[in-house]
Every structure is written in C-alpha cells, then in structure tokens.
Design a protein around this ligand. Sequence first.
Ligand code: MG
Length: 266
Amino acid sequence: MKIKTILAPFLLLAALSASGQPKVIAHRGYWDAPGSAQNSLRSLAKADSIGCYASEFDVWMTPDGVIMVNHDPTINKTEIQNTPSQTVLLEKLSNGETIPTLDQYLEAATKMPNMRLVCELKTHDSRQREVAAVSKILELVKKYGLEDRTDYITFSRDGFREFTKKAPKGTAVYYLSGDFVPEQIKHHKGRGIDYSIKTMRKHPEWIKQCHDLGLEVNVWTVNKPEDMAWCIEQGVDYITTNDPEGLQKMISELPEKPTPKKKKKN
Ligand code: MG
C-alpha cells in the first residue's frame, strides 16, 4: 500500500478543528488495562480515571428480577436470564471480581460525578422480560440519583420503544441495530442512532440526516485509527471504543481551529 493512502485519513484530520470533536465512550468500560475486565467495576473506575466522557456496559435480568452487568448471555456457562441471582452471583469475572449487579455498578458511579453512563439492555428471550427489565433499570437509576447522567442503548426494538416511553423526559435513548433510518428514530422519539462502524461506512449520509433532524450519532466499536479518523472527519457526536486512550490522544492532537477575525466597525 502506498504511504499516501495510509496517511490520507491522518492528513485529512490535520485539516480539522479540535473543536466540535466527538466524545469518547469506553466500550464495556476501560477493560484493556491492568487488573481490569470487561464490564467490571474496575473497568468503570479505569474509564473514569482517564476522563472518558462515558462508560458503556451491558445488562441482563435474572428470573428473580436482579439486573446483572455482563456482555454475554452466559457467564462461565451460567445463563443469566434463566438462573436465580444467588447462583449467578457465585460467578467471577476474569480479573477475579464477582459479577457486578447494576445496583453495585450504579453505587460505584455515584462517586464518579464527571462521567456519564451508557447502559445497554441486551435482547432477552421475551418482550415481557425486556419490559420488566426496563422498569427495574429505570427504578435503580432513579434510586441512585443518576437519571441525568445515564443514557440507554439497545438492539431490541421493544426495549428501545419501552425506554423512550418510560424514561424521564429528556433521557437519551439510542437504537443499535442499524435497521431504522434517521426519520424512524425521530418518529420513535429516540435521541439518535448508535450504529456500527460497518453500517456507518455504508450510510455516511445518515450522519447529516440525523443532524438535520436534531438527532445525535454514536458509532461503535471503533478501534482502528483509520476508522477513528473517519468518524472524526464525518463529524459524529460520540465514538465508542475499546481504545479510549488512543482515541483521546488522536483527538487531543487535532489542531485548534483559528478563531475568525472580527470585522472592525467604522
Ligand atoms: Mg454493549
């Protein structure tokens, strides 16, 4: 590959302003760090320690109504949505922490006042379970006084509609699946789209369409420098990444936009 081709995204970046830059969201917390693990309390604290705008995490509900923080439907072969919470709570993450409950996660977040939370409801076996999970999640977020600092995302259409109906007015709810065009997101009262880099590369026109509709754009999971550069160049609002430090560095190195000179009055 020619060096010009490799450098192209970075050269484009050099022409961009540091203002209006996208905000950095740590995907499943900042887990690629010593002592951390995906969706661990440690990953939440690490994301806060490096000044992430927000930390994303995933949740499942057990049959007895306890919300657990975990990405996969199973932890060490235990299926969370079909196993009583007492049994699930015996399971450990790869860093030795016990699987956190949403209660524990939110309590920890109350001590991190500068960071937002992005809570992803995973797609459960039934609509009823998702409806119940949305109510439980909103109840817990309210209990910890985190309503102003918590956004919601989900691949589930039912979950998306439920959050937009039940969450307090002004709450940001984003849809992940990539099969709603911006007008549909607006129609369902979402805050915006949170689509994969693959989807956004196919539909870059959705970024402007969203902005014209007053919607926001988040892109996941953006780990390659050339994809980060593309997202910045396209003017997305948020980037969700497994490499929050790398992205922060790239954004911090953007040149400052020169301030326009004021016209002298006669
Ligand atoms: Mg997630």
